[in-house]
Design a binder for this molecule. Structure first.
Ligand SMILES: [Zn+2]
Length: 485
């Protein structure tokens, strides 16, 4: 017997201390990956019809914190985040702009990826586009028709929710009152409108050039179908975790479960995690209320990108978060203090010869408090409090001149380890690569300057600033840096 085989058969030690509140069971449950040490996770992504708003970014930052904490615990993570690049809104907006669908969505897809980097959000392993997975979606619809869960009507295909006995289990939607055969065509509707939903939308003149000729007819996929097809393609079934904003519980996630489980006869997802809403100035964000912000809006007002990240992750993920100027100012101060302490201890090679056992003990205690808080359903406010207490202990030790070289290195490790999850101190977790969109803008700006078109160049400088990037013109060319506190 070879040693390799023997090692392979050894049981792996799997960390079993994380508990998460599963929206599907409504219970706090111990999290263990389905397959060995790898977590397979699907996080609903953007519909690329416009810039994402700050509420969307709360979801993306929290998904990132979950991902980073799973990695902190030693799990390998395979994350899939879809790009919805065909739906009612993308089609409507692209027509208004007079652009082909792909031409239109490309801009917002690039902006989305650039904004992720601005907020120090790690890249997922896969970003599948809906328009590139039509074959998988058609195969899924055909399977549902074969298994008698779907039917054709007026050129479209619908899911028959009366056939799926556990329909409504995730969201609590009731279908008792349902009139048999009542259908709904739009992608978004409320719980009391639960009825047979559209899987495949037959072509209508409104769709213009946007259609696919397929075995189930000429048309395009429904939004819910996209996520089922792409998650199962990249992750198989069942997979470990599916996340999204709580506004997606119904109908989107309810319908994802129905489609996927009816087609495979298997459980779709083990853990469902939902993130709470973001309010701005105590109110639901709306363009009409004047409290609607994109990330770029906030950056162009001079707010720090990392303070925005800090604020977005500072409340518990299931709670509502009220986003205000005051809260942002507090976040800016908190980030500044933490960074200042981290910088301070990074410059220290040791002030005293004698070790400070009290400091080391305090940091061990705070690290444990951090892990305990995160293990308890990702309690980020408590975990951040541990980081702040650790920072105060470090400042005190430096002020009192009681820090040896070894203490300083223990303190640096405390900060850098916890920051693998928070991503707010900069440095090792931050990618310094320029996003594609910013690189293009810098190039176009150089060209504008070359033809002495100062207005365009200045406009582009402002656009870059809104992405958290400041440019400087030097004799040897344009340089850039990330704007920080
Ligand atoms: Zn989705």
């Amino acid at each position: 017997m070879s040693l390799v085989v023997a090692q392979h058969q050894l049981p792996r030690r799997v960390d079993m201390t994380l508990r998460l509140l599963n929206t599907y069971t409504k219970k706090l449950q111990k999290f263990v990956p389905l397959k060995r040490n790898t977590v397979r996770m699907y996080a609903c992504g953007p519909t690329v019809w416009d810039y994402a708003h700050i509420g969307n970014f709360r979801t993306y930052v929290l998904q990132d914190v979950l991902r980073r904490y799973l990695k902190y615990k030693g799990f390998k993570v395979i994350q899939v985040t879809n790009i919805t690049d065909v739906d009612d809104r993308t089609i409507r907006q692209s027509k208004e702009a007079g652009l082909a669908l792909r031409e239109y969505t490309k801009k917002y897809e690039e902006a989305y990826l650039a904004d992720l980097e601005t907020l120090n959000i790690e890249r997922a392993e896969h970003y599948p586009r809906a328009t590139e997975h039509i074959d998988e979606m058609v195969a899924l619809v055909r399977k549902l028709i074969r298994r008698d869960f779907a039917y054709e009507a007026e050129g479209s295909v619908y899911f028959d929710i009366s056939k799926f006995k556990t329909y409504g289990r995730l969201s609590g939607a009731r279908i008792g009152e349902l009139k048999v055969g009542a259908r709904i065509d739009s992608d978004r509707y409320s719980k009391d409108e639960a009825r047979d939903f559209v899987l495949w939308k037959g072509w209508r003149p409104d769709d213009g050039e946007v259609f696919w000729e397929t075995a189930i007819g000429k048309g395009r996929p429904g939004w819910h179908l996209e996520c089922s097809a792409m998650s199962m393609k990249y992750l198989g079934v069942p997979f470990d975790i599916h996340t999204g904003g709580e506004d997606l519980i119904f109908p989107h996630h309810e319908n994802e479960i129905a489609q996927s489980e009816a087609a495979t006869g298997k459980r779709f997802v083990k853990f469902w995690l939902h993130f709470g809403m973001l309010l701005v100035n105590d109110r639901k964000m709306a363009k009409s209320s004047g409290n609607f912000f994109t990330l770029r809006d906030l950056l162009s007002k001079g707010h720090d990108r990392i303070a925005i990240r800090y604020l977005l992750l500072s409340a518990h993920y299931r709670a509502q978060l009220n986003f205000t100027e005051d809260a942002l100012a507090d976040a800016e101060r908190a980030v500044k203090t933490l960074r200042g302490t981290y910088r301070r201890v990074s410059d220290i090679k040791g002030i005293s010869r004698r070790g400070n056992a009290q400091l080391r003990e305090a940091l061990t205690k705070e690290r444990k408090a951090f892990e305990k808080a995160m293990d308890d359903d990702l309690n980020t406010p408590r975990a951040l409090a541990a980081l702040h207490r650790g920072a105060r202990a470090v400042n005190r030790a430096i002020d009192q001149g009681e820090m040896s070289a070894r203490d300083a290195s223990v303190a640096r490790r405390f900060f850098s380890d916890l920051d693998r999850v928070f991503g707010i101190l900069g440095g090792e977790t931050k990618s310094e690569e320029l996003p594609e969109e910013a690189a293009r803008l810098i190039k176009e700006r150089d060209q504008a300057r070359a033809r002495r078109d100062w207005a365009t160049a200045d406009n582009m400088r402002k656009q870059l600033l809104a992405m958290g990037i400041s440019v400087e013109d030097t004799p040897s060319g344009t340089t850039w840096r990330r704007t920080t506190v």
